[in-house]
Design a protein. Structure first.
Length: 266
């Protein structure tokens, strides 16, 4: 069950699509929504920069125009909190907060830097992915959305789930189940290679896995055509290659035309 969703935002236009997804999923699950922003110091007027929740709910027809803030939770099932954190390092501030106030899902935009740019500038989403053991729905620079912009309704029909022998995908499936609760979604499990791993769902039933040859990242991106999400088990970076290029999940995120759901497996 999804009870709390966190949406870190830097107030940039690039984060608007991620906010729509965070709000739409909070409505679907009737979950609390925490809007998080990190500033270097307390500034007057920052509260006005947060995403306009009531304005979006009115546009989607979820609340009547002029609804008071105090009535939103009763009408929608979504309690919204706007939280300002003050730190010079956004990744550290968000990591500490989320470790203490663990949500069921994090939804955020990602610049998805790779190579030298990532080493020099870093990535808040990448840092959180390795700090916080919480599923993260990440919208990369090339990603479109699955939320109807007119109604705020999630349109999930197919999720591509790339799987491998390592990391073990079983914990990822356990984390995925509550996220798709109440949705008629096809899970399309894909292994890039010759021999598929043996998988079972949380109920113990075998999971069909189709095979595809090719380079892993490029093949996953090609096979995501027609899916609304790529859901990937993620265990962090391993070795010099991952340090320089980023993990497979990060490289998929950089080129994905759909959001990437990173499912931590420890």
């Amino acid at each position: 069950m999804i009870q709390a969703i966190a949406h870190p935002t830097d107030f940039s236009p690039a984060g608007a699509l991620a906010f729509d997804h965070a709000l739409a999923l909070a409505l679907h699950h009737r979950a609390r929504l925490d809007l998080l922003h990190v500033g270097g110091s307390a500034k007057e007027g920052d509260w006005d920069k947060f995403p306009r929740v009531r304005q979006r709910l009115e546009a989607w027809g979820r609340i009547p125009p002029g609804t008071p803030a105090g009535d939103v939770a009763a009408l929608t099932g979504v309690a919204v909190r706007k939280i300002e954190l003050h730190d010079s390092d956004p990744a550290d501030a968000l990591g500490s907060y989320l470790a203490d106030h663990v949500p069921n899902l994090i939804v955020m935009a990602s610049h998805a830097r790779s190579g030298l740019a990532r080493l020099l500038a870093g990535s808040v989403s990448s840092s959180l992915l390795h700090q916080v053991q919480v599923p993260m729905l990440l919208l990369g620079p090339a990603a479109g959305g699955f939320v109807d912009p007119q109604t705020g309704t999630p349109g999930l029909k197919r999720i591509l789930v790339p799987v491998d022998h390592q990391p073990d995908a079983a914990p990822a499936f356990e984390a995925l189940v509550p996220l798709i609760e109440g949705s008629a979604v096809e899970l399309d499990c894909l292994h890039v290679g010759k021999t598929a791993p043996m998988l079972r769902d949380p109920g113990g039933q075998p999971i069909a896995v189709r095979l595809q040859d090719g380079a892993p990242v490029e093949t996953i991106l090609a096979e995501a055509h027609g899916a609304q999400i790529i859901a990937m088990a993620s265990e962090g970076r391993n070795g010099l290659g991952d340090l320089l290029l980023g993990s497979t999940t990060e490289r998929v995120l950089a080129g994905a035309s759909v959001p990437v759901l990173a499912l931590p497996v420890g």
